[in-house]
Design a protein around this ligand. Sequence first.
Ligand SMILES: Cc1ncc(COP(=O)(O)O)c(C=O)c1O
Length: 389
Amino acid sequence: MTTATAARTPAIDSRLPRVGTTIFTVMSALAQQHGAVNLGQGFPDFDCDPALLDAVERAMRGGLNQYPPMAGVPQLREAVAAKIDAMYGRCYDPGSEITITAGATQAIITAILAIVHPGDEVIVLDPCYDSYEPNIELAGGRAVHVPLTPGTFRPDFARIAAALSPRTRAIIINTPHNPSATIWTAGDMQRLAELLRPTDVFVIADEVYEHMVYDGARHESVARHAELAQRAFIVSSFGKTYHVTGWKVGYVAAPATMTAEFRKVHQFNVFTVNTPMQHGLAAFMADASHHLGLPAFYQRKRDLFRAGLAGSRFRLLPSEGSYFQCVDYSAISDEPEEAFCRRLTTEVGVAAIPLSAFYQGGFEQRIVRFCFAKKDETLRLALERLAAL
Ligand SMILES: Cc1ncc(COP(=O)(O)O)c(C=O)c1O
């Protein structure tokens, strides 16, 4: 037998047999192929503040290019703690309660791996961000899907209560919410606190859109709620806040005992997050106007986009937070959501994401999601194409 015939790649017994190419990748490729305006994937098509680039460059040229401390550059952890205190009135200790992560994605999987044991259940509220379930499966757990109320996307506490079991280890919540653009109220947080009070269930609070809340509403961070904060990993993303999604830097705030376990996993799945970006972000955060100005910045874009669709047959759903706008297209077509999105991309020239992609097993509501984190000219071009529908 020759070496060539003996060489063989062993077959993999997949840990994630149900995971394939995501709809985001599919729609982005289709958009590119057909020259469509891509309002599908959630990222800005404009650049960040040049002052942030300058701060990172200063750090790089100043020799800050080697491994930082495992939990993150101290100045950045201090800036995060100060921001959380100023915005939500909770004091996290930067030394033992804040960890800098490689984006929110790594924060979420690390939190899950830190607390979920094989056989544990984790409640997720559909529609939800696509990384949650594979993360839970990699930890050997099982995602228990509870739908948000169809139509309003409000949390359904009766159904959440019914889903709680002795095996429930955690619940993942997300506000402002991707994809529905709804936000949780103080009353919602109170209800959740009451439900969890007799349990040992952890909360993973995905708050990556924390600075994108509109019409004068306030972001109900779990950090505002003492009882919930005591059992929560609060996750945020500098990528979302400062228009640098490709940098993949985020953070987690959690009580010291939870952070200690989190860091055990963090230490061995990423160890550290790139140094100059952390220094640059720390310097940039010293000016709070950068994040405080975000609601007005995005609300203007949201309003431009909504106004442009007002004369069309799309029915606009509320967009209370995040940088997404969902629309009901049932007056235009009775196609299923994915088929409609494909046709919108190939024939109309605008890419969107079907909401069914955020549900386990799909769920058809004739609703699609647009991202308005785009230059005004991009939004105008998309609107020219959509307004006639
Ligand atoms: C709800 C939600 N969570 C987490 C993430 C991931 O954030 P990051 O890019 O910081 O990993 C996203 C990005 O789209 C998101 O929409």
